[in-house]
Design a protein around this ligand. Structure first.
Ligand code: SF4
Length: 333
């Protein structure tokens, strides 16, 4: 079957404007996302995954600038290709894409709901903005969506304010808002991090159902490789603003190659390890600050395989080591 690319990110570079200087924080990120597939973006805090995601909708803070690269989005219905980097960040073209073709769900639902309006009103507002239906139809669609995401007594919950919902219910309502216009792409930034494991499992199931029902593509961002592994078809691991390993999920779990990926996998609790009373292996050290970026491979000060004279010279290229499996490390090739 022919693969349909929905999103192609090419050599994306983002810098932070600080004291009149541009400090690079995302260094030439490349990835593709096929229609109907889930891409997991994984890494520790401050590795650039959320900044990359926000740039896809031109939602970056004003001190953050896209300095190079392309974000190509294929609008399948109209057949048009849009380079999102060329759009005005406050213009009408990107506003048409936000919430319509591409939606985002955040870790903290209150960042997408105002405390002053009812949940139903705020979802209905998005529907009315992106489609030509009557207020009555938008209200019925909102109630249907609240029902779909498992909000009990959706007709009455429509009139509730965000503070009247529990954390799990707010997260569900945010998903209802995000999928209200059947987006082609849903960006989920740490959508389950603040939730307990039971609600986390329910939210993951819900997103999976939505993906199957509407064929939505998803970019699922998390620091937790275990959670991403349950959702993603393909995984990209980020470290200090670069993708250092990328490949199909099964392959990454079965055959991780980059020392950082291996360490991330070692840090996931597994049933076998618990039974054998094996300790979880933490990754030594921490991610260096922006102003202490190591020369060469940025993982070199934490890597057990550091090769003197090689790893500190320049950053290794991302190379394909098996079909669709890419690694940036001098141990390979
Ligand atoms: Fe470790 Fe060298 Fe590979 Fe970097 S390039 S991950 S320092 S072996």
């Amino acid at each position: 079957m022919e693969k349909k690319i929905l999103l192609q990110v090419k050599n994306l570079q983002i810098s932070w404007l600080f004291d009149k200087a541009l400090i690079p924080i995302v260094y030439g990120v490349d990835f593709n996302l096929e229609s109907g597939k889930v891409l997991g973006l994984v890494g520790e805090s401050a590795c650039g995954k959320s900044v990359t995601a926000l740039s896809l909708l031109r939602l970056l803070a004003k001190e953050l600038k896209i300095v190079n690269g392309e974000i190509l989005f294929w609008e399948h219905n109209g057949g048009e290709t849009i380079d999102i980097t060329k759009l005005e960040s406050r213009g009408k073209d990107i506003r048409k894409i936000r919430g319509g073709l591409v939606s985002m769900i955040f870790q903290e639902p209150m960042s997408s709901f105002s405390p002053l309006y009812t949940i139903g009103y705020q979802i209905m507002e998005v529907i009315l903005l992106h489609s030509e239906i009557s207020k009555k139809e938008a209200q019925e669609r909102t109630i249907e969506l609240l029902n779909k995401v498992g909000i009990a007594d959706a007709r009455n919950s429509f009139k509730s304010y965000p503070f009247e919902f529990s954390g799990g219910m707010r997260q569900r309502a945010m998903i209802a808002k995000a999928i209200s216009c059947n987006p082609s792409l849903l960006i989920a930034d740490e959508p389950t991090t603040a939730l307990d494991v039971t609600i986390q499992a329910q939210i993951l199931n819900l997103m999976r159902d939505m993906q199957h029902e509407f064929g939505t593509s998803i970019i699922f961002i998390s620091h937790d490789l275990g959670v991403v592994g349950q959702m993603a078809d393909e995984i990209a691991i980020m470290y200090m603003g670069k993708i250092i390993e990328r490949g199909p999920t099964k392959e990454i779990f079965k055959n991780p190659n980059h020392p950082y990926t291996i360490k991330l996998l070692d840090a996931i609790p597994r049933l076998g390890n618990l039974e054998a009373r094996r300790r979880l292996e933490p990754i030594r050290g921490s991610v260096p600050g922006l102003f202490n970026r190591p020369h060469g491979c940025t993982f070199n000060d934490r890597c057990d395989y550091f090769m003197s004279g090689i790893c500190g010279a320049s950053f290794p290229e991302l190379k394909e080591i098996s079909e669709n499996h890419f690694v940036a490390c001098y141990l390979y090739g």
